[in-house]
Design a protein around this ligand. Structure first.
Ligand SMILES: C[S@@+](CC[C@H](N)C(=O)[O-])C[C@H]1O[C@@H](n2cnc3c(N)ncnc32)[C@H](O)[C@@H]1O
Length: 383
């Protein structure tokens, strides 16, 4: 990822000593297919566990060129086949998470709202998904045209759109976790998954209770990300979301070793977040000029992953300190691999993958690019 590591936290936390961070001895695989996502035929039916994506937004000028149509309905009709393909490739109980914003625009002299999120909910429901409660992503803007309309005089001003949506859908009934299940192994991602069956992988993939409380809230507050694309690209801005967005969704809706797909991969943020989280991934992107930015994003994944892993541990130490202050004692449970107290028994087997390296591998298939990720303790990082 292109974002720089942020400074270390000021919290005094003890790094794990025994934990070797190996989530998956065979590593994970990350594929990028350069093609139109309306046809995902390289991915078999029911072969992936999660889709996390953000399409080009209908009625937002920067995306006009990617649509053949120039009406709200016409643009959505170009996205609809992608949602149907997502339904086909997701295994029962898999999830589809779509980040999308509404648009405001003046067409033929009339200014109005174009509610992209409700049109996408209608399309995904028609494609056979169950809509679940959604998340409002508050994304404050400092744009100079923030307050639009007649200034301080009633009644011609418009409310500023300072949020986007994260729509969440499930493909069929709840996922089953079988003792013999190997999850993502042999799935569309191509990587392996840790042994021990689904229930063990599920326990390994747990999140901390404080993360659960924050991430499963219906409002998220964090800033967007830098969107400049270098020269020689089809457009000047990427429309990228920050890695925190797919990072949370991947932990909320998939297991380590599962396969995550992004049909509108852009600069590859979802793929890199999946690698850092110990999942396989497949990205689909129609614009072949984005390969270079995607390479940069993938190359930055170990550094970003290490920063985020450290932050998770620091947040947990902070949560334990707060618990101690409230109750005068440590929480009753302990994650012995991470050497941290945890609030509930469900967190005792939680594993935080440590992405050691990510390497581009050559594949003889035209329009396909591939990376292999390995996990463990990078040299010089033993505590
Ligand atoms: C909002 S951007 C995604 C940004 C991405 N989340 C990131 O973090 O970089 C949408 C992407 O979809 C791509 N796209 C548009 N139409 C497509 C299609 N039919 N199939 C595949 N990709 C498409 C665009 O080129 C663009 O890169």
């Amino acid at each position: 990822m292109s974002r720089k590591c942020r400074p270390a936290t000021d919290i005094d936390w003890r790094a794990p000593t025994r934990y070797n961070g190996v989530v998956n001895e065979s590593g994970t695989t990350h594929r990028l297919l350069v093609r139109d996502a309306a046809d995902l035929s390289p991915l078999p039916d029911r072969s992936v566990e999660l889709v996390v994506t953000s399409p080009p937004y209908p009625m937002i000028a920067m995306w006009d060129d990617v649509f053949r149509a120039d009406t709200f309905e016409g643009m959505h009709q170009e996205l609809d086949p992608v949602w149907r393909e997502c339904r086909r490739i997701l295994r029962p109980g898999g999830f589809l998470c779509i980040n999308i914003g509404d648009a405001t625009r003046t067409v033929a002299g009339t200014f109005q709202l174009y509610p992209n999120h409700s049109r996408v909910i209608a399309a995904c429901t028609a494609a056979g998904f169950q809509a679940l409660p959604l998340i409002i992503w508050r994304k404050p803007t400092n744009a100079p045209n923030k307050f639009m309309g007649s200034g301080m005089l009633p009644s011609g001003a418009y409310v500023t759109l300072e949020h986007e949506y994260i729509l969440i859908f499930r493909a069929g009934e709840k996922r089953e976790f079988s003792a013999g299940g190997a999850g993502g192994a042999g799935g569309a991602g191509g990587g392996g998954s840790p042994g021990g069956g689904d229930p063990q992988r599920r326990r390994q993939s747990a999140i901390f209770q404080t993360e659960r409380n924050q991430w499963f809230s219906d409002q998220w507050d964090f800033r967007g990300t830098r969107q400049a694309l270098g020269e020689d690209r089809g457009r000047s801005r990427s429309g990228a979301f920050p890695p925190e967005l797919p990072w949370r969704l991947i932990h909320m809706y998939s297991l380590q070793g599962d396969t995550v797909v992004d049909p509108f991969a852009g600069t590859g943020t979802t793929l890199a977040a999946a690698a850092a989280a110990g999942r396989n991934s497949v990205g689909v992107e129609i614009d072949g000029t984005l390969i270079e930015p995607i390479e940069t994003t993938m190359a930055g994944a170990p550094e970003w992953g290490e920063w985020r892993r450290t932050q998770r541990l620091a947040d947990q130490h902070r949560a334990v300190a707060a618990y101690r202050q409230r109750h005068g004692t440590d929480p009753a449970h302990r994650n012995s691999a991470l050497e941290v107290p945890v609030i509930s028994a469900q967190e005792t087997e939680l594993v935080i993958p440590r992405l050691a390296a990510i390497e581009r591998v050559r594949v003889p298939l035209e329009g396909e690019h591939r990376w292999e990720a390995t996990y463990g303790v990078p040299q010089g990082m033993l505590f």
